[in-house]
Design a protein around this ligand. Structure first.
Ligand code: FMN
Length: 169
């Protein structure tokens, strides 16, 4: 798929089917994240990939305990998806967080290119402490990415126009 097409067709997907997502595909997606630019080329990212069904369910339930109406759907995504990737950072400054954003976007676009559905999950931060204990990780949790297959990519969500967000001089 052309880059432009992947950018246009990428969606946040909140319903996944049961089709198996193989490890090689996940590796390709993470590898594309590794190619992202990072401040001072610090490559501040690291990943924990959770494919295990019971673990995903445990994490979903943990998040559910802290839930409000907003996070309900996200809890369900964590259960339904084929892989949940926790994205950790060695964060020294804001640039490191920005770098990880670029890394995650690369991953989402590559996922779309491979016809894999994805969701960027910020709500995962609600259970940062619990996850750090579970995985004995002392880095900073930045976000999670859910991956899997879907029967239908949703329609594009509304976007501001170029004119609304741009000033020219
Ligand atoms: C930093 C960040 C955190 C997000 N966290 C969540 C989340 O926890 N749960 C969720 O359902 N969507 C989450 N999203 C997805 C956004 O809701 C979504 O990108 C937005 O509504 C636009 O839809 P689109 O991605 O389909 O274009 C997050 C997106 C970003 C960039």
């Amino acid at each position: 798929m052309e880059l432009n097409k992947a950018i246009k067709l990428r969606r946040s997907v909140r319903h996944y089917n049961k089709k198996f997502l193989n490890k090689n595909t996940i590796k390709k997606i993470i590898s594309s994240g590794l190619l992202a630019p990072s401040a001072k080329n610090r490559e501040p990212w690291s990943f924990i990939v959770i494919k295990n069904k019971d673990l995903k369910e445990k994490i979903s339930n943990l998040l559910n305990e802290k839930t409000d109406n907003d996070t309900n759907i996200t809890c369900n995504v964590i259960k339904e998806c084929q892989a949940l990737i926790l994205v950790y950072g060695n964060i020294e400054n804001n640039f490191d967080t920005l770098s990880i954003g670029a890394c995650i976007e690369n991953m989402l676009l590559t996922a779309r290119d491979l016809n894999v559905a994805s969701l960027w999950i910020g709500y995962i931060l609600k259970i940062e402490k619990e996850l750090s204990e579970m995985f004995k990780c002392d880095k900073c949790l930045i976000s999670a990415v859910a991956l899997g297959y879907t029967d239908k990519f949703p329609r594009q969500r509304p976007r501001k126009t170029l004119n609304e967000c741009t000033i020219w001089y």
